[in-house]
Design a protein around this ligand. Structure first.
Ligand code: GDP
Length: 530
């Protein structure tokens, strides 16, 4: 096997998804610890605290660099080269959060054992399902009071619609958390809490049939475990690698990220079960990661990393081959050849200039304003586009006007450029032209960012009037539909995007169904595709 193929084969590129506070940061931190990428736990946390100090968010553009630093992390572990993609949550939940999943080959879903499946998990999960990537579940915080594990499995299956296969099984929880049972090895690993930066916990492993188990976990817990094992073996789906790969079955692990219990076991199993870089579909066929010719697509654009130069950084996921610094590549959408200089890669704590990178890796390059989300870069002269970066449904809408009417031109330029980066989406009234701009965002913080950036970068003050709509639908069969004749509901509004695609806005979710019912033949979609 060539060196390039070997490099690609050992790559694992995945995203961690969760609802805020489920323990994503803590788990990531422990992963980095095993990879030797950080020496002390708490480093990621500190950075996160800085990231979320929203009051001074606008002033900490420097820290936006830092938040980017944490958006992709690369480290080595057990012969693998791991790229973790962070999916920003909390206030900075945005379209970027969804788009990050386009760059991943699999996802780790962290669930709080006491809370079960929460709202943000559902949203991110839907995107993973759309991509049919493998999804692994880590049920966290077992050192706290948690819900019944069978109930949690049921909830994942019913709410998310994916079958589950527990790889290990918890014995008690909270103060009575005894450890986990490994279903394959039929062993019990006992729980010992290790706080802070300790890398490995001294655990003990027993055979579940062994004579000493009673004394270690207690007679009652032992009996309960034996009953549950019987139930699981009879009722749970069997492990099936094919179904895992297709995203139909999620292997489930229990543990406690904070006390570092079950984390390394999870990481080891996960790295074995998950996939190396996957092939990607393009408009002209499938591109295999092992193809020698470099190709990549832009999935994220981050503006104004450096206040002195108003540059942007375009992040790209390498799909095939090897990248070398200074390489001349074809920018398909721009119709030009460019040299990618100063490519950067994010390590655990720093950004560094990279000389080479491989399929599966994420690199960032300076963008003088030429890239758009979804753009293709490649060595070949073929013109193709990678499929599968849809436009995601914004959930907040506002009418935006510039206060000084003389600044119309700057205003339009500003909103268009910011929209091109993918931070916001812009729409117009269905019947009139650019008079009124309607902005849609996935996370409300983007409104603040927009106002701030228009003022600071484009010198345009704007007024924002929030609109009550929360649901947007693209019309899939727009060619067949006369939009002005759609039988609507009182809370429905027709709009269009800048390419004149019609869309519908709704205040209530049930209106979406009502409109579908009233207009047979009308096909609505939660994702926009060009
Ligand atoms: P994120 O928002 O998903 O990144 O969550 P964090 O990793 O920041 O964790 C949220 C809170 O839960 C923090 O106070 C963590 O210390 C705590 N936490 C995370 N994992 C565990 C765990 O396994 N057990 C307990 N008891 N607390 C945890």
């Amino acid at each position: 096997m060539s060196n390039i193929a070997e490099e690609i084969k050992k790559r694992r590129t995945f995203a961690i998804i969760s609802h805020p506070d489920a323990g994503k940061t803590t788990l990531t931190e422990k992963f980095l610890l095993y990879g030797g990428a950080i020496n002390l736990a708490g480093t990621v946390k500190g950075r996160k605290a800085a990231k979320h100090a929203v009051s001074d968010w606008m002033e900490i553009e420097k820290e936006r660099g830092i938040s980017v630093t944490s958006s992709v992390m690369q480290f080595e572990y057990d012969g693998y080269c791991i790229n973790i993609l962070d999916t920003p949550g909390h206030q900075d939940f945005s379209e970027d959060t969804y788009r990050t999943l386009m760059a991943a080959d699999s996802a780790v879903m962290v669930i709080d054992g006491s809370k079960g499946v929460e709202a943000q998990t559902i949203k991110l999960f839907k995107v993973c399902v759309m991509r049919r990537i493998p999804i692994f579940t880590f049920i966290n915080k077992m050192d706290r009071e948690a819900r019944d594990p069978f109930e949690l499995m049921d909830e994942i299956e019913n709410v998310l619609g994916i079958r589950t296969c527990p790889i290990n099984w918890p014995i008690g929880c909270g103060k009575n958390f005894k450890g986990v049972y490994d279903r394959h090895d039929k062993t019990i690993t006992t729980f010992t809490a290790a706080m802070g930066g300790q890398k490995e916990v001294a655990t003990q492993t027993f055979d579940v049939e062994g004579a000493d188990v009673d004394s270690v976990i207690g007679v009652d817990y032992h009996q309960q475990l034996l009953d549950e094992i019987e139930l699981l073996d009879g009722a749970a789906d069997e492990f099936d690698m094919d179904r895992v790969s297709r995203g139909n079955l999620s292997p489930v692990f229990f543990g406690s990220a904070l006390t570092n219990f079950g984390v390394e076991t999870f990481l080891k199993h996960f790295l074995k079960m998950t996939t190396s870089p996957l092939p990607r579909r393009t408009t002209t066929g499938i591109i295999d990661p092992f193809e020698e010719k470099f190709s990549a697509f832009v999935f994220k654009i981050q503006a104004n990393m450096n206040k002195a130069h108003r540059d942007r950084i375009a992040f790209m996921r390498i799909v095939s081959g090897k990248f070398e610094a200074g390489m001349e590549v074809n920018h398909v959408q721009g119709g030009k050849k460019l040299r990618l200089t100063q490519p950067q890669q994010m390590m655990a704590q720093d950004r560094k200039i990279v000389d080479e990178a491989y399929a599966g890796d994420i690199i960032g390059v300076f963008d003088p304003g030429i890239f758009s989300i979804g753009d293709t870069l490649c060595l070949s002269n073929e013109k193709f586009q990678f499929e599968g970066i849809p436009t995601f449904a914004p959930e907040h809408f506002a009418r935006v006007r510039q206060i000084d009417t003389m600044k119309r031109k700057q205003f339009l330029k500003g909103v268009s450029q910011i929209a091109q980066e993918g931070a916001i989406q812009i729409f117009q009234e269905f019947n009139t032209g650019m008079e009124e701009i309607i902005v849609g965002v996935v996370g409300e913080l983007q409104f603040e960012v927009l106002t701030y950036r228009l003022e600071n970068e484009y010198n345009v003050e704007v007024k924002l009037e929030k609109l009550p709509y929360e649901y947007i639908r693209w019309i899939e069969n727009k060619e067949e539909i006369d939009v002005s004749r759609i039988q609507g509901t009182s809370d429905m509004k027709r709009i269009k995007d800048l390419k004149d695609n019609p869309l519908l806005l709704f205040v209530n979710s049930w209106s979406v169904g009502m409109v579908e019912e009233r207009n047979p033949g009308l096909k609505l979609s939660e994702f926009g595709r060009d």
